[in-house]
Design a protein around this ligand. Structure first.
Ligand SMILES: *[C@@H]1O[C@H](CO)[C@@H](O)[C@H](O)[C@H]1NC(C)=O
Ligand SMILES: *[C@@H]1O[C@H](CO)[C@@H](O)[C@H](O)[C@H]1NC(C)=O
Ligand SMILES: *[C@@H]1O[C@H](CO)[C@@H](O)[C@H](O)[C@H]1NC(C)=O
Ligand SMILES: *[C@@H]1O[C@H](CO)[C@@H](O)[C@H](O)[C@H]1NC(C)=O
Length: 963
């Protein structure tokens, strides 16, 4: 009996055991299937998921963890594995999943509702992916401790349901595209929260008081939202806070002194708000403070001297406030300061001595204050210093010798002070230097030959001092140099031919010195040169023809003693002004550029044998064209290293933002990517088909730029076309493209800014009632300018460029009403001109294009004719009074039929101009002839327009023409 019962027991045990195996086997395969289905939704370029196959048990899959008792899958960790694809709904089968961590991949699509079946979930990290759509309400997952969905593309309403997840310890919702909304009061229910990360969540309104009851909070981050209101004194309830990030909001009021009573506070960033008042002395009681950033606010008064007692301070950035008075003398004395930016305040008195006391200082930026006296010697031994900028202060005396020799320095900028003394040979130690700016001081002596050791140097700006002696030939060693400014000194001797070895030089200015001798022909080897100014020296000889091969945007050779013939291509680029004040210069009769030229035509004896001379000139023009068209292909758009380009705010702002800018620069303008990114809708100046255009005033009066932000989709093509064309061509009547920036998916084109807007607007503006802003002389000047720009595109570019969208709103006007053709977004190089898609603007499109005939320059000429009609009539290209589907060409032709020519002329423009206006009207009519073959070429148009010059007309008083 006992035996029997024993064996029964044995059997049941066996049965139970077998049963258990099948159940767990079954479960295992269900989980394996779910995981493999999960994997099947993914691309795994690095093969991290190779072990995820049916031949292995799921607990051996890479990144999968199982419960050691039950064998069930409880964790998936696939952080930063370059995975893409969507989250499979199969996840629902993982009933015991407690932790899902797929952060820092490229997951896309939506979060499946099936995630709600994983009711055991405690840890969910989906951050830094490309997930989109509505985030499902996860509040039923009441076990959640950590929820991080930051840095995705989630949309819809702000997930206010998080307020019900009362077990949460960490919550990250930052950087998503939620609808604008307020911070839900209910976040205050999450009493266990230690980490709250809601950066860039489109939040507005005030911070609810309930937040200040979360006494466990260590990190509070509401930065980059639109929050308003004050920082309440109840913030001191947050006894465990060590990091507070509220930068870039719209907070007002003062910093409450109570903030200074949070014992463990280490990092404070309140930058970019509208906070004001004095800093409370209590901040100096924060013994563990390491980072203190409050730049771009309205704080004023003196800094509390208590900051001088801090022992852990590492980063201190308070630029762009209104602080004044003497700087705390002890700041940095006991702290391992690494970066200090106190620029753009009004500190006065002596400069503090101890910022580099602990030999850790890399960034010292104190530009634009009122510091005075000698600069302390203590910095001469600051070997760690990388960025050293103290420009625009009132420093006097000599620069401490050691300050020239900073072995780690990338930038030394002491410009716009009253420093005297020499640049000493110690400069040869600063071999990492990329920028040396010493302009506008009282420095003197010779430039040391050791400058030639600075192989990384990109900018050498030493203008407006009293340097003398010769330009050291060693500068020719600097093959990274892009800008060399020595203007406004007392430098003498020859221009060293070695300069031609600086093959990246884009900007060379040696004006206002006492240089003599000739221009070395070898300067023509500087294929990157964009801007050349040698004006106001004592240079002699002829202007080398070879310079015509350069792609210059600006040239000034005025006020020298040059003689002989002006190379014709240089005259096209720079105009007369560039050659003023050289009594011996003359121009060829050949150029089409006689309009308003004050230069005399070279007389017969200038050319030895006139005919062969002419042929030579033709040949050289041809040569230039060939060089231009071939050379351009590789005449590299230089990629500036942005790191070196950024002005000063690098370490503050760069840290939280995507810094992966791509910058292509076509011009030596100093482009600051951060400035360009912060476009303000208040400064919107245009919103065209291809993108929005903003006006951008550069900081510190560095001028104004126009920035076009390209809308997605069409943007890419437009970008490529504009860069392709505008990056290469140079003409005074074509808008200059300075740079192209790419940040992520957004592209920016940076152009010169045109204060008088476009022709369409200008034609409609009045200086007073009935008196248009554009009188006939201005309109004529605009007509000729546009014509010359088009002539350049059609005749001087090889292959020719057809703009395809000439219209008054694409013609911009600078401060002198010089016309600039813009918007090359749909332009074509005539060579590959199979016109398949419809382009252009109604009212300006030549009739033949309506039937899509092959594209030629003649269609631009038609559009130009329409612009001339607008100038003459003051009317728009299309207006309802012309009748249904009719345009200005039809309207004018009808009036001409009836012989009432005067009636089409703009009555607001003086009657005395009628004769000249009719001459231009004739040109307009020729240009808008229906048959393309009968339209004149742009070269003929320019000649006809020159004959219509009101300044040569008897009816005009000469003084109207001088401007
Ligand atoms: C992600 O992985 C790459 C390469 O495996 C590594 O270079 C990078 O530092 C990782 N990123 C993070 C944030 O861990
Ligand atoms: C998820 O849960 C719902 C209800 O709680 C249930 O009807 C559904 O079958 C579950 N899905 C899976 C795949 O288990
Ligand atoms: C910030 O506040 C100021 C004044 O309080 C207001 O003029 C401005 O529009 C606000 N800016 C934003 C982005 O809300
Ligand atoms: C300050 O930091 C030190 C070391 O990091 C730490 O031991 C100390 O507890 C901190 N003080 C406070 C008040 O949190």
């Amino acid at each position: 009996m006992a035996v029997f019962s024993d064996s029964i027991h044995f059997f049941t045990t066996i049965l139970l055991f077998l049963n258990f195996i099948t159940i767990s086997h079954c479960m295992e395969s269900l989980e394996a299937q779910a995981l493999i289905a999960f994997k099947n939704q993914l691309k795994d370029p690095m093969n991290y998921l190779d072990t995820w196959s049916s031949s292995l048990p799921p607990c051996q899959f890479h990144g999968v963890t199982c419960d050691s008792n039950s064998g069930e899958v409880i964790g998936i960790s696939l952080v930063n594995m370059s995975l893409s694809g969507s989250i499979s709904p199969s996840i629902a089968s993982l009933r015991s999943l407690a932790s899902l961590d797929i952060g820092q991949n490229s997951f896309t699509g939506t979060v499946p509702d099936e995630l709600l079946n994983c009711t055991k979930l405690q840890f969910l990290n989906l951050s830094t992916n490309g997930l989109t759509g509505h985030l499902p309400d996860l509040s039923p997952l009441t076990s959640l401790r950590v929820l991080d969905v930051s840095s995705n593309g989630f949309s819809g309403d702000f997930p206010a349901w998080v307020g019900r997840l009362t077990g949460l310890v960490e919550l990250g919702l930052a950087a998503n595209g939620f609808n604008e909304g307020e911070i839900p009061e209910s976040i205050g229910n999450l009493k266990s929260l230690t980490w709250l990360f809601m950066n860039s969540c489109n939040l507005r309104g005030e911070i609810p008081a309930s937040i200040f009851q979360l006494t466990s909070l260590g990190t509070l981050d509401f930065s980059m939202n639109r929050l308003i209101g004050n920082i309440p004194s109840s913030i001191s309830n947050l006894r465990n806070l060590f990091k507070i990030e509220l930068y870039q909001n719209n907070l007002t009021g003062v910093i409450p002194p109570e903030l200074g009573s949070i014992p463990g506070l280490r990092e404070i960033d309140l930058s970019r708000n509208q906070l004001s008042g004095k800093l409370p002395a209590e901040l100096g009681f924060l013994k563990n403070l390491t980072v203190f950033q409050i730049y771009r606010n309205n704080f004023w008064g003196e800094l509390p001297s208590e900051f001088g007692d801090l022992k852990f301070l590492n980063a201190f950035s308070i630029y762009e406030n209104k602080f004044s008075g003497v700087f705390p003398a002890n700041l940095g004395r006991f702290s391992p300061l690494n970066s200090v930016d106190i620029s753009e305040n009004n500190f006065s008195g002596p400069f503090p001595e101890y910022l580099c006391q602990n030999n850790n200082l890399q960034f010292l930026l104190a530009l634009n204050n009122s510091f005075s006296g000698e600069f302390p010697d203590s910095y001469a031994s600051c070997k760690s210093l990388m960025r050293f900028r103290i420009s625009q202060n009132g420093f006097t005396g000599k620069v401490p010798d050691g300050l020239w020799g900073l072995p780690s320095a990338i930038i030394i900028d002491i410009s716009e002070n009253y420093f005297s003394g020499k640049i000493t040979t110690a400069i040869g130690i600063s071999t990492g230097l990329s920028e040396l700016s010493v302009q506008k001081n009282n420095l003197y002596g010779e430039l040391p030959a050791e400058l030639g050791n600075l192989f990384q140097l990109q900018k050498l700006i030493a203008s407006d001092n009293s340097f003398s002696g010769q330009i050291p030939a060693e500068i020719g060693n600097l093959n990274q140099l892009t800008s060399l400014h020595l203007e406004g000194n007392e430098i003498s001797g020859f221009i060293p031919s070695q300069l031609s070895m600086c093959n990246r030089l884009a900007d060379l200015n040696l004006a206002e010195n006492s240089l003599s001798g000739t221009i070395p022909e070898s300067l023509a080897m500087l294929t990157s040169l964009n801007s050349l100014n040698l004006s106001s020296n004592m240079l002699t000889g002829s202007i080398p023809d070879e310079l015509q091969s350069l792609r210059l945007s600006s040239l000034d050779l005025s006020m020298n003693q040059f003689s002989g013939r002006v190379p014709p291509a240089l005259l096209v680029i720079a105009g007369d002004e560039a050659f003023d004040g050289n009594a011996g210069l003359c121009i060829d009769d050949l150029t089409d550029n006689r309009v308003n030229s004050l230069l005399s035509v070279c007389s017969f004896r200038d050319g030895h044998k006139n005919n062969s001379k002419k042929r030579l000139v033709y040949m050289s023009i041809l040569f230039v064209m060939i060089v231009l068209s071939v050379g351009l292909a590789f005449a590299s758009f230089k990629s500036f290293k942005l790191e070196e380009q950024r002005k000063k705010k690098d370490m503050e702002e760069g840290s939280e933002e995507d810094t992966s800018w791509k910058l292509e620069s076509f011009h030596p303008t100093e482009i600051d990517a951060e400035e360009i990114c912060n476009l303000d809708d208040d400064n919107l100046i245009g919103d065209g088909g291809t993108g929005k255009v903003y006006r951008l005033d550069l900081n510190k009066n560095r001028g104004t730029l126009a920035v076009k932000k390209l809308s997605k989709g069409k943007g890419e093509q437009v970008l490529m076309t504009e860069i392709d064309i505008l990056g290469k061509i140079r003409h005074r009547n074509i808008l200059k493209l300075y740079a192209c920036l790419t940040r992520g998916k957004v592209n920016f084109l940076v152009f010169e800014y045109m204060p008088n807007g476009n022709l369409y607007q200008a034609l409609r503006r009045e200086v007073k009632v009935g008196k248009p802003e554009l009188d006939w002389n201005k309109r004529y000047k605009i007509a000729v300018g546009v014509a010359k720009g088009l002539m350049y595109l059609h005749h001087d570019c090889s292959p020719a460029i057809v703009h395809r969208d000439i219209k008054s709103s694409n013609i911009l006007l600078d401060e002198d009403y010089e016309a600039k053709i813009s918007d090359f977004g749909i332009a074509k190089v005539a060579e590959n001109s199979e016109l398949t898609s419809f382009a252009g603007t109604h009212g300006y499109i030549a009739p033949e294009l309506a039937y899509s005939i092959k594209l030629t320059e003649k269609s631009d000429i038609y559009s130009f004719g329409v612009v001339l009609l607008e100038l003459v009539t003051g009317r728009g290209a299309t207006e309802t009074i012309y009748g249904e589907g009719k345009d200005i060409v039809y309207w004018v032709s009808r009036h001409l039929d009836s012989e009432k020519v005067q009636q089409v002329l703009d009555k607001k423009v003086s009657i005395s101009m009628e004769v000249d206006m009719i001459k231009v009207l004739r040109v307009a009519i020729l240009c808008t002839t229906k048959l393309p073959s009968l339209r004149p070429t742009m070269r003929q148009v320019v000649n006809m327009l020159i004959d219509a010059d009101p300044c040569n007309s008897i009816t005009t008083r000469k003084d109207n023409c001088k401007d």
